[in-house]
Design a protein around this ligand. Structure first.
Ligand code: ACO
Length: 430
């Protein structure tokens, strides 16, 4: 029988700290209100060169170092995120490239704040089934880029960061013992970004109504979260064959301190058994549990064989829990770390060489094979009917559909100053 152990952990949070008082200068709120209602004192906000992929890579390198492993050993990379670098390629593929994980499969996972526990469950199952032996599970978010900074109901809640764990297969009993994944799509509209997908692309009209930013019914989400935190925790403890008082540490999703306090009260567990860092980071969605887990491990709160329960909840609606027995770390020696760094450098060179090779190949062979050329157009292609059954190329209101070429880019889309993939990723590697 194979077991999936957590053998490495790492985190990355941006340098930039934004306090409640700073936010109170831009929206009608106060440090007192935010602390009382959420437990948040400050959050980290990504700078122009920090992205979901660059933070994921930094957290992943930390996890590989703790485990004494390298990117070339990876079989699978899962990145849980609601703020991927692009719609495609996946952020996981960018991480794969940066780590030189030449043998790994890589994909993004969308389950909002429950995403990391979903990923942990899939990664552990892959190991138990024998299809993988070394799996990197990452939660990484740049929520500051999808928040409406004028909406006090949401902008005070979120922050940026990334956390990662390395799962490795072993015959030694322990590791991820049981997991629980749940969803209730009927509550999808309670926490949603309406525009930016195939149903409603981002248009200047959508931007004017802030439909490309987080919309949340806070009270309903609060009610849902309080209910599932208690229920999922009880269920996962039962599934693992433990009792509540046998759990050494609870690592909950950090969305609101009051939700964690309510869960602790209803489970009859002292609050100090719940790891809480929401005061410093706010809600970092899929990154919140791996950041908390990494901090708990780094501060010596977790010892080998400790029993740990993680519970997450979020948009979807989704919720998830995992019960695990903490393992022994095998930290990398200084020379192993140096070798790994060299490996990431080689990965960077290899990646550039591949891009160059593709360009050269395209120049040399791209036009030689006439069968690969698109057929010359004989007549203009027929346009599909416009939305609302209107005339092709026209909207329901009779105006022309904007075309990508003629449509000026809305300022807010580029205003974040997001760097090119290459520069952000180079920074994460170094
Ligand atoms: N500063 C000051 N006042 C505010 C602020 C603010 N930042 N935000 C809201 N208020 C006001 C409201 O307008 C309201 O005023 P009104 O009574 O005049 O209408 C009042 O404060 C109370 O509002 P409530 O919504 O009842 O406040 P509540 O105590 O519920 O706290 C909160 C709001 C913090 C959002 C809470 O509902 C919450 O934490 N909900 C869960 C959020 C959550 O967990 N999200 C998960 C996201 S996970 C993911 O997948 C991304």
């Amino acid at each position: 029988m194979r077991y999936a152990h957590i053998t490495g952990w790492g985190k990355y949070v941006p340098q930039r700290v934004v306090t409640n008082d700073e936010l109170a200068q831009t929206v009608e709120t106060s440090d007192g209100w935010i602390r009382d209602r959420t437990g948040i004192a400050e959050r980290r906000i990504a700078g122009p060169s920090e992205t979901t992929a660059s933070m994921a890579i930094a957290a992943a390198i930390g996890a590989l170092d703790v485990a004494g492993a390298s990117g070339s050993q990876l079989d699978l990379i899962i990145v849980a995120t609601t703020t991927p670098e692009h719609l495609f390629p996946s952020t996981a593929c960018l991480v794969q490239d940066a780590l030189g994980a030449a043998r790994a499969g890589a994909f993004d996972l969308s389950a909002a704040c429950s995403g990391f526990v979903y990923g942990l469950s899939l990664g552990a199952d892959a190991i138990k089934a024998g299809s993988a032996n070394t799996v990197l599970v990452i939660g990484s978010e740049t929520l500051s880029r999808i928040v409406n900074w004028k909406d006090r109901n949401t902008c005070v809640l979120f922050g940026d960061g990334a956390g990662a764990v390395l799962l490795q297969g072993s015959d030694q009993p322990g590791g991820i013992l049981s997991t629980l994944l749940r969803a209730d799509g009927s509550g999808g509209e309670l926490l949603i970004i309406p525009a930016g997908g195939s149903r409603q692309p981002v248009t200047p009209e959508a931007i004017a109504q802030n439909l490309h930013t987080i919309q949340m019914n806070g009270r309903e989400v609060f009610r849902f979260a309080s209910r599932v935190m208690d229920r999922a925790t009880r269920e996962i403890i039962y599934k693992a064959g433990w009792t509540t008082d046998q759990v050494d540490l609870f690592v909950p999703h950090q969305a609101n301190l009051r939700i964690i306090e309510m869960a602790a009260r209803s489970l009859g567990v002292p609050l100090d058994k719940f790891y809480c860092n929401i005061a410093r980071y706010g809600n970092t969605s899929a990154a919140s549990i791996p950041i908390a887990l990494t901090e708990a491990a780094e501060s010596g709160l977790l010892r080998p064989k400790d029993r740990v329960v993680m519970v997450g909840f979020g948009a979807g609606l989704t919720w998830a829990a995992a019960a695990l027995e903490w393992g022994e770390p095998h930290p990398a020696s200084r020379s192993q770390k140096t070798l790994s760094r060299l490996g990431y450098g080689v990965a960077s060179v290899r990646s550039r060489a591949r891009r160059l090779f593709r360009r050269v190949e395209d120049r040399l062979f791209g036009t030689l094979d006439p069968t690969l050329q698109p057929a010359p157009a004989r007549e203009p292609a027929r346009e599909l009917p416009g939305r609302n059954g209107s005339e092709p190329g026209r909207r329901g209101d009779g105006k022309r559909e904007p075309t990508p070429a003629s449509d000026p880019k809305p300022e807010s889309v580029t205003a974040n100053g997001t760097p090119s993939d290459q520069s952000a990723l180079e920074e994460a590697r170094s």
